[in-house]
Design a protein around this ligand. Structure first.
Ligand code: NAI
Length: 258
C-alpha cells in the first residue's frame, strides 16, 4: 500500500482521484478547506504549514505520492495564492516525507489556461517566491475589472507549469529520484465549471476558448487516472512535463507551434 496526499480532495478532480486511489487499496490523506482528513486553508502560509505538519503526523513521516488538485478560478488575488503558492509550498513542505519513500512521485493540476494571455509581472513574482508582490500585481490587475481580473487564473497556471519544469530537474526533485509533472485538463465537469456549463452564454464562451474535438467535456476521472499514473511506481522517467489531457484542445489551438 502506498500513502498519497491529495489536496482539493473534497470536490471534483481531487475527490475523483482520492476515490480511485482508495478503490485500488492505497492509503489517501485528503487535504481541503473542509470535509477532509486535514482541514486547512492553502491560501495562507500558516494554513500550508499546518497542513504539512498534520500530514507528517498522520503519515508517520513517509509519503509516496503527492497529488495537488486544490485550486480556484475566481478573478481575485487569492487565486494566485491558492493555485501557485498553495501547491508549491505544500510540495516543498512534503519533500522530507517524500524522500523517505522508496518510490516517491508528485503531480499537480495546471490548466489549458496556462497557454492563455498572462500578466508577466505576476508570473515572475510567483516564480521568485514573492507572494506579497504576486498578490499586489494580482490586486492591481483585478481592480481594473473582471475581464483583466480573469488573467490572474492563467497567470497562476503558467507560473505553476513553469515552476514544475524548472524544479523537476533540480537536486531537490530529480536529484532525490522524484518525478514531478503537471496535467493540463481541458473543460472538466466539476463544481468549478458547473455554473458556466449550465448557461448557453457560458457554454459558448468555454467551448470557444477550449475547443475539444475528442469526446468534448471530460469527467473528473479522466484527469484522475492520469494523475494516478504520474504518481505510480511505473512512472520512472517523466519529468517537468505539462501533459495536455484536453480532448485535443491544445492540438487545435497550438497546432504545429510546439
Ligand atoms: P473543484 O472546485 O470541484 O475542487 C477544488 C477543490 O479545491 C475544492 O474542494 C476546494 O474546497 C479546494 N480548495 C479551494 N481553495 C482552497 C484552499 N484555500 N485551501 C484548501 N483547499 C481549497 O474544482 P476542480 O474542477 O476539481 O479543480 C481542481 C483543479 O483542476 C484546480 O486546480 C483547477 O484549477 C484545475 N482545473 C480544472 C478545470 C475544470 O474544467 N474543472 C480545467 C483545468 C484545470
Amino acid at each position: 500500500t502506498r500513502t498519497y496526499v491529495v489536496t482539493g480532495a473534497a470536490s471534483g478532480i481531487g475527490a475523483a482521484t482520492a476515490r480511485l486511489l482508495a478503490e485500488r487499496g492505497e492509503r489517501v490523506i485528503g487535504v481541503d478547506l473542509r470535509d477532509a482528513d486535514v482541514e486547512a486553508d492553502l491560501s495562507t502560509r500558516e494554513g500550508r504549514l499546518a497542513a504539512v505538519e498534520r500530514v507528517a503526523e498522520l503519515s508517520g513521516g513517509v509519503v509516496d505520492g503527492v497529488i495537488a488538485c486544490a485550486g480556484i478560478s475566481a478573478p481575485i488575488p487569492a487565486t494566485i495564492s491558492v493555485n501557485f503558492f498553495g501547491v508549491t509550498e505544500v510540495l516543498e513542505g512534503l519533500l522530507p516525507a517524500l524522500r523517505a519513500s522508496d518510490a516517491p512521485r508528485a503531480a499537480v493540476v495546471s490548466s489549458m489556461a496556462s497557454l492563455q494571455p498572462v500578466v508577466p509581472a505576476m508570473v515572475e513574482a510567483a516564480l521568485a517566491g514573492d507572494e506579497e508582490r504576486a498578490l499586489a500585481v494580482a490586486a492591481a490587475t483585478a481592480e481594473q475589472g473582471p475581464e483583466l481580473g480573469y488573467l490572474v487564473y492563467p497567470s497562476s497556471k503558467r507560473a505553476l507549469s513553469r515552476w514544475v519544469r524548472r524544479e523537476s530537474i533540480t537536486e531537490a526533485w530529480a536529484g532525490a529520484g522524484i518525478p514531478l509533472n503537471a496535467v493540463a485538463p481541458g473543460t472538466v465537469i466539476t463544481p468549478m465549471t458547473a455554473a458556466l456549463l449550465d448557461n448557453p452564454e457560458g457554454l459558448a464562451m468555454v467551448d470557444a476558448a477550449v475547443p475539444m474535438p475528442l469526446n468534448s467535456h471530460q469527467p473528473a476521472e479522466s484527469i484522475a487516472n492520469l494523475l494516478i499514473f504520474l504518481t505510480s511506481v511505473e512512472n520512472t522517467h517523466m519529468a517537468g512535463q505539462t501533459i495536455y489531457d484536453d480532448g485535443g484542445a491544445d492540438a487545435t489551438l497550438r497546432g504545429d507551434d510546439i
